[in-house]
Each structure stands twice: as structure tokens, then as C-alpha cells.
Design a protein around this ligand. Sequence first.
Ligand SMILES: [Zn+2]
Length: 305
Amino acid sequence: MDNKQILWGIDLGGTKIEGVVLAYGDQPKVIERHRIPTEKEKGYHHIIDRIAILIDEISNKTGMLPERLGIGTPGFCVQETGLMKNCNTTSLIGQPLPKDLEQKLGIPVFIENDANCFALAEAVLGVVRSSMKNARMVFGVILGTGVGGGLVFDKKVWQGRQGIAGEWGHNFLDESGGNCYCGKTGCVETVLCGPALEKFYKDHTGKYLKLSEIHQRSKTGNDPAAKQTIDRLTREFAKAIAYVINILDPDAIVIGGGVGNIDDLYSKCPELLREYVFNDKVETRLLKPELGDSAGVLGAALLGL
Ligand SMILES: [Zn+2]
């Protein structure tokens, strides 16, 4: 028997707010999906109103009402204070978003950052579900203009004592990365984010190219700097992720973000990992995400599980 749970999720972004109603069970199904502009320039209380409007519009379409609500957004909610932190929609910073929304909507609200929602969605509904059995721990990596990550254990986001579980982007990796905005040097992010790799190529050639073009050129065999850039990506990624594997030994690592589209990560890193992981074989699967843009909003809905 398929006991369906109806889950509501919101992906709160700077330009749009997207909502989903998901029937979760053996055969999960999206019942409704709808988005409206955030209008963030009108301030914090306006954003709260916009979320309520979106819920109303979805309720009218589906004839359903949420019993609880998951929200995914860049930034996170500090557990002790209930206040938002590190949000790129800056009017949210320092505000008690979960409490204010619970008051406005009259239901429990769960908030997680978008990397955690990505990891949860790919673990429960995406590539891990479709390609593996019995994967209990999944590490979801965002490798894009920044580097972040989220940890999922038994279909739940593992937040950690301070809410920073999965934030491997600011582990030390290599001095050559230089200064990081976080105040340290040589963070994973300074070596592996898209702009850092593009800068590496530019420093060697004097030419700016997008990472996707550098990747294309690396395959032609006549651009040594392009090959060097992609080799740097695969080797340093293997080194950086080996620290995670040696500590958590997850079943799978899902690599999201623009840099995650570089196929060398999946073809070359398994071999490279053998040099860095403390075992004679590496069974950790490196997986390409399947849900695309939908991961954020679906992960938010799954917070209600
Ligand atoms: Zn850093």
C-alpha cells in the first residue's frame, strides 16, 4: 500500500518564490507547482506577505491546505536565536523568519539553506534514489560560483551542533587558492569554484574563457593550459572530497552546481580518490544530479517528512 504524505515546500529566492505540493510515497508525484516574483526590494514584511499569497494561490488551485511548510533559501536560521544569517536577500538577515511565518500561516515552518535542500532532494527523489539501493548517507556538493554542501542521513538533513554540517567549502585545501572572503586562505572554494578555475586559466594564458569553453579546449589536446585547469579541478576535488570520505564514509556524493557538469569529475576522480582515501578500494559513488532547478523546491517540501 502506498501511504502518501502531502508535503508543501517553498524555494525562497531573490527574484522568485516558488512553491510545490508533493504527494510523497512509493511513487512521489508533484501535484502543483507555482511561482511568483519575490519583490524583495519592498522589504522583509512584504516577502512574508508574498509567501502567504503564494500559499493562498496554490490552495485555491488544489483545494488543499498545508499542515506544515518547508522552506529552502540561501542563508540559514541560527538554532538558538531563530534569526536568519548569511542570506543573499539581505533584508532577511537578523529576522525571525520561521517565527514570523508560523504566526502568519498558523502552521509549523522548517527552514534550511539551499545546499541542504539540494542534497535532500537528490538523496530522496533524485539520482541517489534512481541509481542506488540502501544509501543511508548522502553528501550533496554545490560546486558553482561558490562551494557549499549538505549532509543527509536517513532522509533527514543533518544540521550539526552549529548548523554548519556539510560546509566543506571553507576547509583548507591549497595555498595557491589565495585569500578567501571568509578571512582564511586556500579554502576549497578558492581553488574549486568556477571563477577560481577561470582565473587559473587566465593567469596562465592571459585570456579569459568560461569554464565550459576551457573544458572543451582541454579535450582537443592542443591547449596545455586548459588541460592543466581541468586536471587541477579533478585532482584538487579528489583531495578535498577525500577528507569528507575519510570522516563520514558516505554512500554517495552528488555534485551539483555549474562546475558539477564537467564530466571529468565522474570519469577521473574515482581513480584519483584511491590515492587519498584511507582504503584500498573506494566504493563511494560520485553522482551527477538529476533534478536540475527543481531540487531546491522539492528538497524544501521534503523537510516536512
Ligand atoms: Zn573560505
